[in-house]
Write a protein that binds this ligand. Sequence first.
Ligand code: F6R
Length: 256
Amino acid sequence: MAEVVIVDSADAAGELAADAIGHLVVGNPDAVLGLATGSTPLTTWRALAARDLDLSRVRGFALDEYVGLPPGHPQSYRSVITREVVEPLGLTPSLVRVPGDEGPIEFAGEDYERALVAAGGVDLQVLGIGRTGHIGFNEPGSSFASRTRVKTLTEQTRRDNARFFDSIDDVPMHCITQGLGTILRARHLVLLAFGEAKAEALAGAVEGPVTASLPASAVQLHARVTVIVDEAAASRLAHADYYRYAWEHRLDWERP
Ligand code: F6R
């Protein structure tokens, strides 16, 4: 079962996620970090940037990217990762990859899988969750064995992400995303969720049946998952009291 930590705010969650990443990087300066984009991880990146950590040797792999945006578009995930992660955290740009950033898109998925394997796999993968229950851009129906590949976004996800664009018509229809099978290979998953809008998907992911209809439920198959959520996102969890109790009584050596 995932460890679920319920905190007061997205800022508090960011501090906890930054603790986990900081601990990893102090132990292994060449660690491989899986990077999510979107709003959810922003407090984590902020908390990390405020710490006195040398992240220059960390290797980064983004979860996903839009397909069809012009190069350098400010909302491409390459641009977002550069702006929100690489620059503030002092990562080395050449050590950070985004799917689809090299070569023809038809082969980009396999190339990315090869690059992940060559790097030794992801040590810690930061994840957000979409209202459709997606992680990465694995929309409902995605195979639990899926690898990095081009997919079509749901209308719901395009509507949700329209806030980053001038209009929904500007949100690409296609994306390239790590598969659920790819994500499950990471050694530690840290799933973050904030706000009431995520409560239903989160409860399904953590406590519902394991089903491709709710792709984030794949995390139940992983041996090491830390779910860090605010009260609103936790509001539909049936076992919230137990999660709080377990966290309050955690042993000294236990960390997210
Ligand atoms: C982003 C990603 C997506 C987002 C999800 C939540 O790289 O893979 O799964 O994590 O859509 O988005 P936000 O955080 O903007 O609510």
